[in-house]
Design a protein around this ligand. Structure first.
Ligand code: ADP
Length: 396
């Protein structure tokens, strides 16, 4: 089967066409500046990137351009649209309604819409993408794969906040967690790679990208994760603050004369390692500044690694032990010096790092020594492939 995987944001859209039998990416790219002017990036497997500037007033024109590129006579990945058998859509928030992926019907789309106030920036954009695809490919089955679904197995003690219970009852204010597709894919792959029984294992996944989150996966089920009602909670991220004393919000609002939107903007876009370092949100820049002795960059890296280590420690407690720790996403897969800093906190667990193996990047590998009490590995994530697999499982 050929599955078109679509990740639709408010003004951009990423896509991949994947052959689900070989799991090969036939073509991939993105549409940017939808509703502004419009730019399509298209790359057929083994070919150079093509960039086309063309108006995309709405997502419908953007998706039409993607479909045209996929069947283009010269550079298309397939001959006709009939060769696209299914579409898998990333959906950010499924609330408590969706604990697994689902075939998208009109009724399901309505239920997703009901989750919009939980993810006001992302869900409406995801829905616009779904509907545009359905208009353009009315007979092709579509599947929604939720960022939150994998975390729906969390027990009440992990998902409830210490707030008036009625906020949970009335508004569904609780921990949901995100990056679920990645946490699911990486935890399964970790068990497979290390020869563990997934259903009898304790795995901690550290998804460290620009957005970053950690999950505790006990016997194949997520029992806790660091992101919350929104992706702002938990780790210190590229530009997000992660956990802070909530009273800081009032304090800063008064000092800086900001309203609630202004404070939220600071916490989401001006904080994290970028706000701390004043250098960048990108760990490649931070690593360079760190080695040049830039004190704020050093502080940012230390804060980042320490927060990750504290979460890992708390999840060892939550699961009463751990068999494996897996690093994934941009920083987790590539940034050796951060992994080393994080692992330096775990002498008490009997973890010893293999310095040579830790230099590797971008491939499944073990970075702990053979006598380490806990195995630590790097497992590259592949959310598009995970969405493709989920889609095939539901439409086959
Ligand atoms: P997101 O998907 O949340 O945007 P990514 O998983 O792409 O994030 O991760 C982005 C982060 O990963 C950036 O901080 C970047 O510096 C880091 N990163 C990506 N590739 C590399 C690399 N080759 N070396 C070092 N850091 C990298």
């Amino acid at each position: 089967m050929n599955v078109l995987v679509i990740n639709c944001g408010s003004s951009s859209l990423k896509y991949q066409l994947i052959n689900s039998d070989s799991e090969e990416v036939l073509a991939k790219g993105l549409c940017e500046r939808i509703g502004i002017d419009g730019r399509l990036v298209y790359q057929k497997e083994g070919c150079e990137k093509e960039i086309t500037e063309s108006p995309m007033p709405t997502h419908k024109e953007a998706i039409q351009m993607v479909l045209d590129a996929l069947v283009n006579e010269k550079t298309g990945a397939v001959k006709t649209l009939a060769e696209i058998d299914a579409v898998g859509h990333r959906v950010v928030h499924g609330g408590e309604k969706f604990a697994s992926s689902i075939v998208l019907t009109e009724d399901v789309l309505k239920q997703i819409e009901e989750c919009n106030d939980l993810a006001p920036l992302h869900n409406p954009a995801n829905l616009i993408g779904n509907r545009a695809c359905q208009d353009l490919m009315p007979n092709v089955p579509m599947v929604g794969v939720f960022d939150t679904a994998f975390h729906q197995t969390m027990p009440r003690k992990a998902f409830l906040y210490g707030l008036p219970y009625e906020y949970y009852e009335k508004y569904k204010v609780r921990r949901y967690g995100f990056h679920g597709t990645s946490h699911s894919f990486v935890s399964k792959r970790t068990a497979e790679f290390l020869g563990l029984d997934y259903n009898k294992s304790k795995i901690i996944v550290a998804h460290l990208g620009n957005g970053a989150s950690i999950s505790a996966v006990l016997d194949g089920k997520c029992v806790d994760t660091s992101m919350g009602l929104t992706p702002l909670e938990g780790l210190v991220m590229g530009t997000r603050s992660g956990d802070i004393d909530p009273a800081i919000m009032e304090f800063i609002a008064k000092k800086e004369n900001l309203d609630i939107e202004g404070v939220m903007n600071v916490l989401n876009k001006k904080s994290g390692v970028e706000g701390l370092s004043g250098v960048s949100s990108d760990f490649r820049d931070l690593e360079a500044a760190y080695h040049e002795g830039n004190e704020r960059a050093i502080a940012a890296c230390e804060v980042f690694a320490y927060r990750v280590a504290k979460y890992i420690g708390s999840y060892v407690a939550a699961m009463n032990g751990v068999d494996a720790i897996a690093f994934t996403a941009g920083i987790g897969e590539n940034t050796s010096f951060i992994r080393e800093k994080i692992l330096s906190y775990f002498g008490y667990l009997g973890i010893t790092m293999d310095a040579e193996a830790n230099k590797k990047r971008g491939e499944d590998c073990i970075i702990s020594t053979p006598d380490s009490k806990v195995t630590v590995c790097v497992i590259p994530t592949n959310e598009e492939l995970a969405i493709c697999r989920e889609t095939v499982a539901l439409v086959k």
